[in-house]
Design a protein around this ligand. Structure first.
Ligand code: HEC
Ligand code: HEC
Ligand code: HEC
Length: 124
C-alpha cells in the first residue's frame, strides 16, 4: 500500500519535472528502486551531506562501518537502473548537484555504481 502510494507520487513528480524540463533545466530526481530512504525525505534533502560527513569521520577515525548512513548504501538504492550509476547527467546525485552547482570529490575514490566496493582506496 505504502509502496504503491510512493510509486504514484514519484510518477507524478517525474511527469511534473518532465513537463518543466523544456523551460528550465531541473534536476532529475528519479528513484528507480521504490522504498524508503534512510531518513525522512525532507531531512535527507536538507541534511544528507551532514550525515555523510559524520559517517566518514566515524569510519576513518574509529573504524566504524555501520550501514544506515553509508555512502555505498546510498549508491545501492539511488543508482539508476539504466546506467547502474548515481553519476551522469541523469544520475541521482549528479543531476541535483549540477542544478545546485555543487561539486564533490567523493566519487574520485568511491564507486558511483551499484554493487561495487565502497572505496577504491580500500581495495589497493
Ligand atoms: C581520497 C579518497 C577518498 C575521497 C576523495 C573520499 N573518500 Fe570516503 N572513504 C575513503 C576510504 C579509503 C574509506 C574507507 C573505506 C571503507 O570503509 O570501505 C572511505 C570511507 C567513507 C565512508 C564510510 C564507508 C561507506 O561506504 O559509507 C563514507 C560515508 C565516506 N567515505 C564518504 C565520503 C564522502 C561523502 C566523500 C566526499 C565528500 C568522500 N568520502 C571522499 C576514501 C575517500
Ligand atoms: C533503502 C534505499 C535507500 C537508501 C539506502 C538511501 N536512499 Fe535516499 N531515498 C530513497 C527513496 C525511496 C527516496 C524517495 C522516497 C521518499 O520520499 O522517501 C529517497 C530520497 C532521497 C533524497 C531526497 C530526494 C528528493 O526528492 O529531493 C535524497 C537527497 C537522498 N535520498 C539521499 C540519500 C543519501 C545521501 C543516502 C545515503 C546516506 C541515501 N539517500 C540512502 C531510498 C534510499
Ligand atoms: C535534491 C537534490 C540533491 C540530491 C538528490 C543529492 N544532493 Fe547532495 N547536495 C545537494 C545540495 C543543494 C548540496 C549543497 C548544500 C550546501 O552547500 O549547504 C549538496 C551537498 C552534498 C555534499 C557536501 C558537499 C561538500 O563538499 O560540501 C555531499 C557529500 C553530497 N551532497 C552527497 C550526495 C550524494 C552522495 C548524493 C546521492 C546519493 C546526493 N548528494 C544527492 C543536493 C542534492
Amino acid at each position: 500500500m505504502i509502496r504503491r502510494f510512493t510509486g504514484i507520487v514519484l510518477l507524478t513528480l517525474a511527469a511534473g519535472l518532465a513537463f518543466a524540463a523544456d523551460r528550465v533545466a531541473k534536476p532529475v530526481i528519479a528513484i528507480d528502486k521504490p522504498g524508503r530512504c534512510v531518513e525522512d525525505t525532507a531531512l535527507m534533502r536538507r541534511d544528507h551531506m551532514k550525515l555523510l560527513m559524520h559517517q566518514r569521520d566515524r569510519t576513518m577515525r574509529e573504524g566504524v562501518r555501520t550501514k544506515p548512513h553509508s555512502l555505498a548504501g546510498c549508491v545501492d538504492c539511488h543508482a539508476s537502473t539504466k546506467t547502474g550509476s548515481v553519476l551522469g547527467p541523469q544520475g541521482f546525485c549528479q543531476s541535483c548537484h549540477d542544478y545546485a552547482s555543487v561539486r564533490l570529490d567523493c566519487f574520485e575514490c568511491h564507486a558511483a555504481k551499484r554493487g561495487m566496493a565502497a572505496a577504491l582506496g580500500a581495495k589497493r
